[in-house]
Design a protein around this ligand. Structure first.
Ligand code: ARG
Ligand code: ZN
Length: 424
């Protein structure tokens, strides 16, 4: 009887849980191309008044003539919003017809949620944090000769952040390539890629001559999920959550954009000091525990770090420094050449086209980014990957695109790894 009661309670909680989640029934993501400054100002005012979820650019102030704008319109506002666009002769395209339907269809594959052995881990579906923690433990155990797992720090909600160190033990000081994923919670494909990258190294290093060489010279430091609080929240409450989950302004708003919290011209350009905004930069440089943890570790290792890679979505972009200035970084020429080779190798895989350039030229100006901070730390190769797609699904990339996205990104990343390894 007691077991039956527990099963009933669990069933009720699951049902209630589904309703506690933010629902996006009937919401649409529209793609607008604004031609004039007046149109931009008009759109900026509407986005401000209605507090709309702007997917591209990330900040209202960055809405510019000639640049695509992607914005999610709640169903109740849809009719009026479209009438307004018609009234101002602003052309638009419906990119996502029903956000909730896309979330429901693309959340997870047919993965049965039960404890799996590592060999059965499905890298072609999305996994919640408890499964990623379990996977990390299994990887550490199964490949203890090549992999060690280390505590990086704790999140605001005191979840442990771990990183893998992957490379052959050596009596000489090895160099480092860094990769972090999941700094923005809703960018799930980035987390899936970090897991795929680890799998590929572990499963192919014995037959891949490049990896055999690299793993003797270099250690990969890989953080599969950096913004764990936000990632858990995007699974349990709000699929489109971006920031961390620290409370601000007496709990009237939550979360810092961790990619605006690094100590690189912090709080200057392309970041907000309003805690309600998606690009809220926090109360000070590296004010957030997640950012502080990365800053401390990389700060202590900086002379050995050859390359810094931070994985995001979406946009199919390979972004160089800087975001906080239009000036090129010291190593810009070499970085752009390597990036163009990487984008070409990536495209060979499945035909996916990437654009290459600095964030401030290709996307928008932003201060406090991890990549810019790594560049100014003296790391010579520092890139942001914005994975698939360009807006057809945006942050809600269907699970059936995990494999091709990861395969092509491997080709791009390994091009960079090969260049960096050959240099030193
Ligand atoms: N990952 C990006 C960021 O860190 C957001 C990209 C949104 N899409 C776009 N093409 N702007 O802000
Ligand atoms: Zn991002």
């Amino acid at each position: 009887k007691r077991i039956l009661l527990c099963i009933c309670i669990l069933g009720i909680l699951t049902q209630v849980g589904a309703y506690l989640k933010v629902q996006y029934n009937g919401d649409q993501v529209l793609k607008l191309t604004l031609k004039t400054t007046d149109d931009c100002e008009h759109m900026q005012n509407i986005c401000k008044q209605l507090q709309l979820d702007l997917w591209k650019p990330s900040r209202i102030e960055d809405i510019q003539p000639g640049k695509e704008m992607h914005v999610r319109i709640p169903f109740p506002l849809l009719q009026k919003f479209k009438e307004n666009l018609h009234q101002y002769s602003i052309p638009f395209e419906v990119m996502i017809k029903d956000v909730q339907k896309l979330i429901d269809s693309s959340n997870v594959g047919d993965y049965r949620r039960q404890k799996k052995i590592l060999a059965e881990f499905d890298y072609t579906t999305y996994h919640p944090m408890d499964e990623i923690y379990q996977w990390m433990d299994q990887v550490k155990e199964a490949y203890s000769d090549l992999v060690s797992m280390h505590y990086l720090g704790s999140t605001y909600e005191l979840r442990p952040i771990y990183y893998f160190k992957i490379g052959w033990p050596s009596d000489k000081q090895k160099k480092i390539i860094w990769m972090d994923c999941g700094i923005h919670a809703r960018e799930w494909i980035a987390v899936a890629y970090c897991q795929w990258f680890v799998k590929e190294i572990l499963e192919t290093h014995k037959t891949n001559p490049l990896l055999q060489k690299v793993l003797h010279n270099i250690d990969f430091y890989i953080v599969p999920v950096l913004n764990i609080d936000g990632f858990v929240y995007s699974w349990n409450v709000n699929r489109l959550w971006r920031k961390s989950r620290s409370p601000h302004n007496n709990g009237s708003c939550y979360g810092v954009d961790l990619n605006r919290n690094f100590n690189s011209k912090w709080g200057s350009i392309g970041a907000s000091n309003n805690c309600r905004d998606e690009t809220y930069c926090g109360t000070g440089p590296a004010s957030e525990p997640e950012v502080n943890a990365v800053s401390k570790l990389l700060g202590s290792l900086k002379s050995d770090v050859l390359c810094f890679l931070t994985i995001h979505s979406y946009g199919q972009l390979l972004l160089l420094p800087y975001g906080y200035t239009k000036d090129p970084s010291i190593n810009h020429e070499e970085m752009i050449n390597v990036a163009q080779k990487a984008a070409a190798k990536l495209q060979e895989k499945h035909g996916t086209e990437y654009r290459v350039g600095s964030t401030s030229h290709l996307l928008y100006s932003n201060s406090g980014s991890s990549r810019d901070w790594a560049t100014d730390l003296g790391i010579n190769f520092s890139y942001t990957f914005e994975l698939r797609d360009t807006g057809a699904h945006g942050f809600i990339l269907p699970a059936n695109q995990i494999r091709p996205t990861c395969e092509e990104t491997m080709a791009g990343v390994m091009t960079i790894v090969e260049h960096v390894d050959a240099k030193f």
